[in-house]
Design a protein around this ligand. Structure first.
Ligand code: HEC
Length: 160
């Protein structure tokens, strides 16, 4: 009995340390200003609540509401937000983001024309693999204001 428990504990420990090590090795750090970081996080929260709205609408087969919730997450969102971030974010990051926005445009269009909740669910699930993939790859770090030279703070310079 106790031996089994010990083995399970050991297994769990080795699994969790392996995962941590792998995560650490794979993360790419984006060094951004505080303003850039909060801009990205704001967009992220909009993506999460938009996805939740889509699911809620799907639960009642309300395809008009699906389309209405998906549309603002499309490329229009990207054009509004990402112009000034383009120069600081890696190309791969931008591409993953753009392709996700395209997915939401497609979800909005198909919800309107095909009105097929199962199709929308599949499309949303596929799109959300991009949330997972990007979160598995990138972390944001900012230079804490306390150790930032006054000049850097004032002019909002960022380092790569
Ligand atoms: C192209 C990359 C990328 C994609 C795609 C992406 N995210 Fe993010 N997301 C990030 C990064 C980077 C962070 C910040 C991680 C960190 O350093 O803490 C983040 C953070 C978040 C947060 C935390 C916000 C906060 O206020 O702390 C939420 C919620 C989130 N993402 C939701 C989503 C959802 C939902 C999707 C898909 C519909 C998505 N993200 C797709 C890159 C991405």
């Amino acid at each position: 009995m106790q031996k089994t428990r010990m083995i399970i504990v050991c297994l769990l420990i080795s699994i969790s340390t392996t995962t941590l090590a792998a995560d650490k090795g794979n993360w790419q750090t984006l060094t951004l200003s505080e303003a850039q970081r909060s801009h990205i996080l704001e967009e992220m929260r909009a993506l999460l609540s938009g996805a939740q709205n889509i699911l809620a609408a799907l639960a009642t087969d309300d395809m008009a509401s699906v389309s209405k919730s998906a549309r603002p997450l499309g490329l229009g969102m990207a054009h509004k937000a990402e112009d000034h971030l383009k120069s600081v974010l890696p190309k791969e990051f931008m591409q993953m983001g753009m392709s996700l926005h395209q997915d939401f445009d497609r979800i909005a269009a198909d919800a309107e024309s095909k009105k097929d909740p199962k199709l929308t669910l599949r499309q949303l699930s596929d799109a959300m693999t991009k949330c997972v993939a990007c979160h598995d790859t990138y972390r944001i770090s900012t230079i804490p204001a306390s150790v930032q030279p006054a000049q850097v703070q004032q002019h909002n310079h960022h380092h790569h």
